[in-house]
Design a protein around this ligand. Structure first.
Ligand code: HEC
Length: 455
């Protein structure tokens, strides 16, 4: 296997001890899906803030976080342009400055809720956040370079490097989205320079679109006259655009790239397993709603009886591409359980579904969110179910060296895969550089399929 210098340096520091507490690992109050590459999920309480603080903002990375030296860094604009450019950070900052609140949501947010399950980070609700982005319009930069006749697409590339022989993460958008006034190259997040995990010094902001094209650590913009056919355009981040039988494989050629987000809302308070409500005492049901670039959020309806009846929630103004905070005052009358759900509608008539159409990579989850609240006659403490903590079983031979080098076991322990899915996953990792010796393969597969099975 061939590993880049950067990856080898990373390996030296990689913790070889695996964690068995799937979904329990924490960083601050973030849920850790992977430490290296960095993938962190926002807890449900995060939906109470209209603007998500940086230390609660979810992080999604395909490769390790690069360290960028601003003195050496340039933004290159090339391809089908009249005048290729190499801009310094200072030159970019001198272009007209734009502020925009916009929701960034991972296309795979909610993958962990799909049945049957599929490989990938098992996000539940918090693969999303809303920040105030500051930067320049991508259109202004492209106009400086002069887009040539025949251009159809703009491809982004970052300073991050793949490990092993994993394909490089490169994504693009159609020219029209690149020229949209709400597509920015941002250098600030919530008024601060972009943190390293969020793409310092410059990242794409494609308001209303899923996070896959919000390239971090941006260094190269290529204007193209033909569609890019790299792995992350032609194989990954594609959706069938229609219902397919759950669990089936779909030829990527029959799918199209992920684009606009779906209309969605999440209940932030009360929470399942959260503080108990008191009968006769008013409480505020609260949450956030958002929509993609097709149409804005029109309304949110709340049900406190498991979907039997719906009451319009009060919407805060929010902003077109940001979170729309909503609330409903409610006084529970009956003690026991209360099923509380929220359903958002967009101005074009789209509404959150009650059941999700399945798709092979688990994108675009936007099912109506329901929480189980508890109502008591007097305040009482909820006894949380203690998560069973099985002792760590012996690891199979060769597993550490083959699988716990580039990342730790959190990556595996959040999966729910069949034996056949695990075989494909191991084959993929071997193609990316995992050194699985033939005599160890069976034992590793046996272990993975038994320890992290499909539900
Ligand atoms: C050469 C480095 C490397 C090795 C070795 C490696 N992985 Fe990975 N693996 C990665 C990277 C990088 C990701 C994250 C990819 C992303 O987020 O796009 C990943 C992601 C995963 C995922 C999440 C699902 C997915 O496909 O993104 C699983 C599961 C996984 N690896 C299992 C394994 C197993 C099992 C082994 C041992 C056979 C292994 N990995 C060895 C680099 C490696």
């Amino acid at each position: 296997m061939k590993l880049s210098r950067r990856a080898l340096m990373g390996l030296a520091a990689a913790p070889l001890v695996s964690s068995f507490a799937a979904g329990q690992a924490k960083r601050g109050d973030m849920i850790v899906l992977s430490r290296r590459p960095e993938d962190y999920e926002m807890p449900l309480e995060g939906f109470l803030d209209e603007i998500t603080p940086i230390d609660r903002f979810f992080v999604r990375s395909h490769h390790y976080t690069p360290r960028v030296d601003l003195k050496e860094w340039r933004l290159e604009i090339g391809g089908a342009v009249a005048k290729p450019l190499k801009l310094t950070f200072g030159e970019i900052r001198r272009l007209p400055r734009v502020d925009l609140a916009a929701v960034l949501e991972c296309a795979g947010n909610g993958r962990g809720l799909y049945e049957p399950s599929m490989p990938g980070l098992q996000w539940k609700y918090g693969g999303v956040g809303n920040a105030q982005w500051t930067g320049v319009r991508l259109a202004d930069v492209l106009k400086l370079a002069g887009v040539r006749e025949g251009a159809i697409e703009v491809l982004f590339d970052g300073c991050d490097e793949p490990v092993g022989s994993m394909p490089k993460f490169q994504r693009g958008v159609p020219l029209a989205k690149a020229m949209d006034p709400n597509t920015l190259l941002a250098y600030e997040m919530n008024g601060k320079p972009l943190p390293a995990s969020h793409g310092y010094p410059l990242r794409v902001v494609a308001a209303g679109w899923a996070g896959d094209c919000w390239m971090k650590w941006l260094r190269h913009v290529e204007v193209r006259t033909a569609e890019f056919d790299g792995f992350f355009m032609k194989t990954a981040y594609r959706h069938p655009g229609k219902a397919v039988p759950p669990g089936t494989a779909v030829d990527p050629a029959q799918m199209s790239p992920v684009t606009s987000l779906k209309v969605k809302s999440v209940v932030a308070a009360p929470r399942t397993g959260g503080p108990v409500l008191v009968a006769g005492k008013p409480t505020l049901i609260r949450g956030a709603a958002w929509a993609g670039d097709l149409a804005k959020v029109d309304r949110v309806e709340v049900s406190v009886d498991g979907g039997g009846s719906w009451i319009p929630a009060k919407l805060s103004p929010g902003s077109r591409f940001g979170f729309i905070p909503w609330s409903l005052a409610w006084t529970p009358r009956q003690t026991g359980g209360a099923k509380i759900s929220a359903r958002a509608y967009a101005a074009n008539g789209d509404a959150q579904p009650f059941a999700q159409e399945w798709n092979p990579s688990g994108y675009y989850w936007n099912v109506v969110h329901q929480v189980d609240a508890r109502v008591a006659a007097a305040p009482e403490m909820l006894t949380r179910e203690a998560a069973p903590q099985p002792g760590a079983p012996a690891l199979p031979d060769g597993y550490r060296g083959a699988c716990l080098t580039c990342h730790d076991e959190l990556m595996m322990s959040q999966q729910r895969l069949t034996r056949a899915q695990w075989e494909r996953e191991v084959d993929k990792m071997v193609r990316w550089g995992a050194n699985v010796k033939p005599e160890h393969r069976e034992g590793i597969l046996e272990y993975l399929a038994r320890r992290f099975p499909a539900r």
